[in-house]
Write a protein that binds this ligand. Structure first.
Ligand code: SAH
Length: 249
């Protein structure tokens, strides 16, 4: 079993595949004016649809949700069905750096805990053409909360995601890419622990058992535990930060 298959198997039964919460989805939404039943939202890297369902329940918009593994999209549509939201959500299997939509199709581009897969700057640049003029982007991105931090955590994250940077630096990337920063805020502990690490860690033992404690599965689970432990030790220094921007050119 390769790493990607393990990741999909481990994450597919969870409500979220990254840190977040209903509140953390509703807050950025509150900065976007005139949402109505004509509004079109594109949710990129939707996972099993944590935020997609929240967006559908709290707006009258139509949401197109894209991700890669069909298992995630199937789960999303199952949830949409349970909540009678299938008319308002379209799921599409697509790569985030190879989207096929007409230019200017969307009023809002949403992406939680996912843009890092292609890089913040690349994502903001590539996705802009799908937004209408004056459209909005709402993305969460791992960011440093302080100007300096202990070497141990700096090394860990720079190695995991070289584009990790301060909020100030992220805001200038947003501007450079042709958006006006509208709002930003850091995700709280509940987003990370209660909604992300805890459900994953609770499943760890059953998951290991399922694969007979195979070394590569152990390694994968241990890496997750390490990430969660580092979060507990160093959470004052980094978080996902939600950025809302308005397309200006
Ligand atoms: N937004 C969800 C999922 C975040 S995890 C949540 O917050 O719960 C990141 C998601 O990005 C995963 O679902 C993963 O399958 C997806 N992803 C990673 N690389 C991708 C790519 N190149 N194209 C499309 N989706 C991708």
């Amino acid at each position: 079993m390769d790493l990607l298959e393990l990741i999909i198997e481990y994450h597919k039964d969870n409500a979220r595949q990254g840190p977040g919460s209903d509140e953390a989805t509703l807050k950025p939404l509150s900065y976007i004016p005139s949402l109505n039943n004509q509004t079109k939202i594109l949710d990129i890297g939707c996972g099993t649809g944590g935020q997609t369902i929240t967006l559908a329940k709290n707006t009258a918009a139509h949401i197109t949700a894209v991700d890669m593994p069909s298992q995630f999209l199937d789960k999303l549509m199952q949830r949409a069905k349970e909540d009678s939201l299938i008319d308002r959500i379209t799921a599409k299997e697509m790569l985030m750096d190879n989207l096929s939509f007409e230019e200017g199709s969307f009023d809002v581009i949403w992406s939680e805990g996912a843009i890092y897969n292609i890089g913040f700057e690349k994502g903001l640049t590539l996705w802009k053409k799908y937004l209408k003029n004056d459209g909005y982007i709402a993305v969460s991105e791992i960011s440093w909360l302080t100007d300096t931090r202990p070497e141990e955590i700096e090394e860990y994250w720079v190695n995991a995601y070289s584009e990790i940077d301060t909020i100030e630096a992220k805001l200038s990337v947003i501007e450079k890419c042709g958006y006006m920063p509208v709002a930003h805020f850091a995700l709280d502990d509940k987003c990370w622990i209660d909604n992300y690490y805890q459900p994953l860690l609770e499943n760890a033992e059953a998951f290991l058992r399922k694969y007979d404690y195979a070394p590569e599965v152990r390694e994968f689970i241990d890496a997750g535990k390490e990430e969660a432990e580092l979060y507990n030790r160093f959470k004052d220094y980094y978080s996902y930060v939600f950025y809302v921007g308005k397309k200006i050119r």
